[in-house]
Design a protein around this ligand. Sequence first.
Ligand SMILES: Nc1ncnc2c1ncn2[C@@H]1O[C@H](COP(=O)(O)OP(=O)(O)OP(=O)(O)O)[C@@H](O)[C@H]1O
Ligand SMILES: [Mg+2]
Length: 226
Amino acid sequence: MIELIDAGKTYTSGTIEFEALKGINLAIHEGEYVAIMGPSGSGKSTIMNILGCLDTLTRGQYRLGGTDVEELDEIELASVRNQQIGFVFQGFNLLSSLPAWRNVELPLVYGHVPREERKKRASRALERVGLGDRLDNKPGEMSGGQQQRVAVARALVGEPTMILADEPTGNLDSVSTRDVLSLFDELNNLGRTIVLITHELEVAQRARRIVWVKDGAIVRDEVNAA
Ligand SMILES: Nc1ncnc2c1ncn2[C@@H]1O[C@H](COP(=O)(O)OP(=O)(O)OP(=O)(O)O)[C@@H](O)[C@H]1O
Ligand SMILES: [Mg+2]
């Protein structure tokens, strides 16, 4: 269970302050599939960074599985990120010098999984996203859709309970978009919590619930009837 309580985020650059999140309340239960929608600059990535423990609130509370995240130290936070959360970032965030399987095994390296096991699990994750024949290709040798699927495989490899995906279909053609979204359906059917950030309604409509963000506030939160 994820809970944001009167959650606020103000960015400070020099003397300029910008209130990116204006006290939002949001509860997401285990196994939910939620899309967060909103225009550019509305605060979607900010929410993702908070949910993923990559950044902290400047006011309010973030509770993850009953724990106030504020109270965790850096080591505990790293372990939450590593064991509970799979990230698919806006843009792929792949390392261009490494073959696909090495990109995918990275979360396991930080999790101290032995090398042989890492390769096995990375291969399995790549097979799962339909890239079993691309283990040794570097990102530059793959299409945009394939690179995004590598990023999804990397998010899956640690078997996290929650997947946070920021515009995972942003640069994809319709076929690759369909593939990535089917994968999320499958993962959700297996009980994974999915938080999908997008500004495309068509993509958001794959989720069971849609939360609409505007100017740092939640303006609508509804069960997806589609
Ligand atoms: N590090 C930062 N310092 C100052 N302002 C920031 C910072 N990060 C984000 N912002 C501002 O906060 C607001 C929300 O940014 P955010 O990245 O969350 O938007 P978004 O909804 O993800 O947009 P997009 O759809 O374009 O990705 C924007 O106005 C942005 O300029
Ligand atoms: Mg964003």
